[in-house]
Design a protein around this ligand. Sequence first.
Ligand SMILES: Cc1cc2nc3c(=O)[nH]c(=O)nc-3n(C[C@H](O)[C@H](O)[C@H](O)COP(=O)(O)OP(=O)(O)OC[C@H]3O[C@@H](n4cnc5c(N)ncnc54)[C@H](O)[C@@H]3O)c2cc1C
Length: 393
Amino acid sequence: MDITFSSDDLKFRDEVRLFFANAAPEASQQLINNPGTYKQGVIQWQKKLFAQGWVAPFWPREHGGAGWSATQSYIYECERVIAQAPDVVPFGLKMVGPVIYTYGNSEQKARFLPGILNGSDWWCQGYSEPGAGSDLAALKTRADRDGDDYVVNGSKIWTTYAQYADWIFCLVRTDNSGKPQQGITFLLIDMKTPGITVSPIPSINGVDSLNEVHFENVRVPRSNRIGEEGQGWTYAKSLLAHERTAIARVADSKSRLDRLRKFASCELQGGRPMIQDEEFRARFTTIEAELMALEYMELRVLAAMASNRSPGAESSLLKIRGTEIQQALHELTIELAGLYGCMIADNDTSSADIGHSFGDQARKDFMYGRAATIFGGSNEIQKNIIAKRVLGL
Ligand SMILES: Cc1cc2nc3c(=O)[nH]c(=O)nc-3n(C[C@H](O)[C@H](O)[C@H](O)COP(=O)(O)OP(=O)(O)OC[C@H]3O[C@@H](n4cnc5c(N)ncnc54)[C@H](O)[C@@H]3O)c2cc1C
């Protein structure tokens, strides 16, 4: 792939910069940082991107996407993190949207895609169950046919932001007779349907994002089924590849690395900035080199996606290295913060008032960051996929 910036690319970069300068992303980010106004901040930002026509870079133009090249997407992501602008929530735009425009019928496309693009519908992902995480095909939530409806019974777990969701896309079991993968169906379920309850699961970082979602005799019209009954596994797998690619978060790690460099230039030990400490530098530059290698891998995957090829097993490579680098960055940042990284700020006192300004956030990022090697399919499972599909073992 060619990633040299053409004069058109440079013009595009200026356009993106100007957009971020005028769109005031920090106002939305402030709302997002506050759990009470999180949803409002996300929607506000998504509406700005939608108005600009940039909310779905990879969607084909015919479905309302920006149809950007890999280079344009790369430029956008770099400028986004420099401007510290929010990312979009992935469940609608990066996960179920591509499934609907690829496998859905024309009524489903007309009904669901506009709400995903303009931010009026908030989606969540109902894949995992108490007995089905890594072994997702073991899922038991049942959907039995009754006239023109399915009747859904069972429970999903770890459902991120289900408390805000208007819709959930779910894998359900419609057949038990064959291989576990064969009896799975992909349903779109309105969260307002009677029989659905959402119960929160407290998180270690203090931000409530996780839930259990219970279904008791929930009636779902058959017209909300994507594709064929029993073919849900195929649709689910294509979605997972997009999810893993998004989890790599290379641009975000680059910006974290820059911030860490700045913090380490100010932090003194024995009168010398930490950035000059040999051990610290060795760890810092190792992460920097690994991140650079990951960036080129991501560019290859982005190029494939821009030519309408679905990211395959490469997305597992990206997921593993991306999340390992994220965790290495969190660890080095919290170590730099030292004891201040252990302080828990209350409403009146922020650790920003005492010691390092970055300590409180470093602790939250470190704690939530432990989940990155688990969600989207754990890294051990990604290694199994690579062993099978890349190395042919
Ligand atoms: C913060 C967070 C957000 C999430 N959000 C969502 C969401 O929105 N929607 C959703 O559907 N799910 C979500 N998940 C669930 C996530 O996809 C699962 O946690 C993940 O797939 C692992 O499943 P599990 O938790 O059941 O662990 P298990 O499958 O029980 O695995 C436990 C451990 O055993 C290892 N292991 C299991 N099988 C193998 C094997 N065959 N070979 C080697 N090692 C193995 C795993 O790697 C792991 O370390 C989220 C999880 C987290 C932590």
